[in-house]
Write a new protein. Structure first.
Length: 148
């Protein structure tokens, strides 16, 4: 399988249903999807653990990109962005998905299950997957993000 067709997903109980929809959607598009959790619907406070696992896998290069979900997307994006090399973008519109790739080379898309309708989430996902990084003047900014 081509590396660009590998992707990991993770989400907490609030996004469990959306995560299942996203996984099937990606698989139908030919992606090999790895699920970093939650694997069962249990109300918990474990989004930081799922976000950390997904961020670790993306930062290590095991997966070129990841999809992270929680109720609003805020907590998951904060958790993922703590990992050096991860550029997690919480997006609410397809345009944000496109621009997060073009200008920020985002490697993790974050969606809020309680804040974004399913159809909109899938449109954002499509835009994000199709969006290339423009490079050029944006490359220096990306390097600055990983400086200590």
């Amino acid at each position: 399988m081509e590396n660009d067709k590998k992707i990991c997903v993770a989400g907490d109980h609030a996004a469990f249903e959306l995560k299942g929809t996203v996984k099937k959607y990606l698989e139908d598009k030919g992606f090999a999807v790895h699920d970093c959790g939650a694997l069962t619907y249990d109300k918990d406070d474990a989004y930081p653990a799922f976000a950390k696992e997904l961020a670790r896998a993306v930062a290590a290069g095991e997966y070129p990109r990841g999809i992270l979900l929680c109720g609003t997307g805020v907590g998951a994006s904060i958790a993922a962005n703590r990992r050096k090399g991860v550029r997690a973008a919480l997006c609410f519109t397809p345009e944000m998905g496109t621009l997060s790739r073009a200008h920020n080379d985002s490697n993790v898309l974050v969606l809020g299950a309680r804040t974004t309708p399913v159809e909109t989430s899938l449109a954002i996902l499509d835009a994000w997957l199709a969006g290339p990084f423009e490079g050029g003047r944006h490359e220096a900014r990306i390097r600055m993000l990983d400086e200590d």
